[in-house]
Design a protein around this ligand. Structure first.
Ligand code: BG6
Length: 486
């Protein structure tokens, strides 16, 4: 049997969407895989004045939807017996007594405090945990993004949380790092001798990172309208993915070895000067259109969005990394809501062969491409040229599937499941260190201020498309094309 995890998990924001959609289902899977020790409790915390029975009912109803066919009544009942609920107001220190009472008997064990709340509450939660004597050297705290809305506010949160937890106790989550194919990219890059010599400017022409969503802002308008795509996706997920692609080989897979290398990349990102921001970035906002064949409203008509909002729902930009390895290799990043397809992928485009001996006998493009797909399904594919069977020498594109997870594990772990397991095991490798996070804010800040100062509205795009035409032009100017335009 695998080593069982022994910490209690306290979920602040316990009635929220993330807990119901991701965290409880992830814990349920860990329970079903016999990964949770017999005494592990899961304690939901929120302001709602309900009791544990009602919370279990709500959790069952919600998680059943998200677990789909993985939901099993009998297993759920056994899992639900671990769940407790305590109504606590994060701003009211007195109400933390209820948590202390609940953790009472287990106070000698370590706890994982998962803060899935508005970041404005992080500091008061940590302070009250401390004042109630609920933080021990074995406690861990998980911080959900966004951590602040700029460098100064993220520093403030980090300073405050840092007063109660040491950096090794702080798990800043970026769920993109928990995706199986992202870890497979690490395995491919550093577990094979084949890629490393090619993984550089001499052989790679450009890198494209796309996280396109079909959904709009859904019920999160209040949060999203203050945040926008640059803060919601680029500052964290996309820059973390860029780091995994671009970092130098770390000396080991240990947390700090990996995070040191990622940090070097973030620090080597060429700052985009204010006057180049309009040239190197595109921000867009969706207008009414269609998604999966159904008409959908424009961003400005979504309930909860300010009528003249300038918040971007789409970003495309060109990043450059000033190192020997990556000099002159553009990294194109793009993310948006209400786009044509739901796709998250990293595309590594290799240069063309220096001279083609086959003349016109090739079909399609002959550049090699490595495509790491995180959504809708996870896969890693290497696109090559091969001879078409037959008497003629005609080349055809073929793709090699480099993803063997299917054969070796019966079920792929969901990103949150993997990351929760890492928190409980005390493995920080896939979590973001404070200096990384601050370096990422430092890089995106001039973009934010240039957009604010320019007074220009985001470029409109029709819902259900690949974003504003300016996004195609961004690459076109440099002689490149987005993957789907090839
Ligand atoms: C979250 C963002 O971090 O990532 C959301 O706040 C976004 O706006 C989500 O929808 C995307 O995650 P995934 O795993 O569904 O691609």
């Amino acid at each position: 049997m695998p080593l069982q995890l022994g910490q209690d998990v306290v979920l602040f924001g316990g009635t929220g969407d993330l807990v119901m959609r991701k965290l409880l289902p992830a814990l349920y899977h860990l329970h079903c895989d016999a990964m949770l020790g017999p005494d592990v409790s899961i304690i939901g915390i929120a302001r709602e004045d309900i009791n544990t029975d009602r919370y279990r009912e709500i959790a069952q109803e919600q998680c059943r939807r998200f677990l789909e066919t993985d939901f099993n009544e009998a297993r759920w009942q056994a899992f639900a017996a671990r769940i407790q609920y305590r109504p606590i107001d994060a701003r009211d220190p007195a109400s933390f007594a209820a948590l202390a009472e609940c953790l009472g008997e287990v106070a000698r064990r370590s706890q994982v405090y998962y803060l899935s709340t508005a970041p404005a509450l992080f500091t008061s939660i940590c302070r009250h945990l401390h004042e109630t004597g609920l933080i021990t050297p074995a406690s861990r705290v998980v911080l959900e993004k966004p951590l602040g809305h700029d460098l100064a506010s993220s520093r403030e949160i980090n300073d405050e949380v840092g007063r109660y937890f040491a950096e090794e106790q702080i798990y800043r989550i970026d769920h993109y790092l928990g995706k199986e194919s992202v870890q497979n990219l690490l395995a491919l890059r550093f577990g094979n001798a084949l890629f490393e010599p090619l993984w550089r400017r001499e052989w790679i022409s450009d890198v494209q990172i796309t996280v396109a969503e079909q959904i709009g802002v859904e019920q999160r308008a209040e949060f999203y309208d203050k945040t926008g795509s640059l803060r919601d996706m680029v500052q964290n997920h996309l820059l973390q993915l860029l780091c995994i692609v671009a970092m130098e080989p770390p000396a080991s897979i240990d947390a700090d070895a990996v995070r040191d290398e990622k940090l070097k990349i973030l620090r080597a990102l060429r700052p985009i000067p204010t006057d180049e921001v309009p040239l190197r970035t595109v921000r867009g906002q969706y207008r009414a259109g269609a998604s999966s064949g159904q008409p959908v409203a424009g961003y400005l008509d979504e309930p909860g969005v300010a009528p003249a909002s300038r918040t971007e729902t789409f970003v495309a930009l060109q990043a450059n990394i000033d190192t020997w390895r990556w000099a002159d290799v553009p990294f194109f990043l793009r993310t948006g809501k209400r786009m044509q397809e739901r796709v998250a992928e990293i595309v590594i485009n290799f240069r063309a062969v220096p001279h083609s001996i086959f003349g016109k006998r090739t079909k399609g493009l002959n550049n090699n491409r490595l495509v790491i797909t995180m959504q809708p399904d996870e896969s890693v594919k290497l696109h090559l040229q091969a001879k078409r069977p037959g008497d003629e020498m005609v080349l055809n594109p073929v793709s090699l599937d480099l993803d063997f997870a299917e054969g070796t594990h019966p079920r792929r772990l969901e990103a949150y499941e993997r990351l929760l397991m890492d928190v409980m095991r005390g493995n920080l490798t896939l979590f973001v260190r404070r200096d990384e996070q601050e370096a990422a804010w430092k890089w995106v800040e001039p973009i934010m201020s240039s957009w604010n100062e320019s007074g220009d509205a985001p470029k409109p795009y029709t819902a259900g498309t690949w974003g504003p035409a300016a996004s195609t032009a961004l690459l076109g100017r440099e002689g490149f094309h987005w993957q789907e335009e090839l």
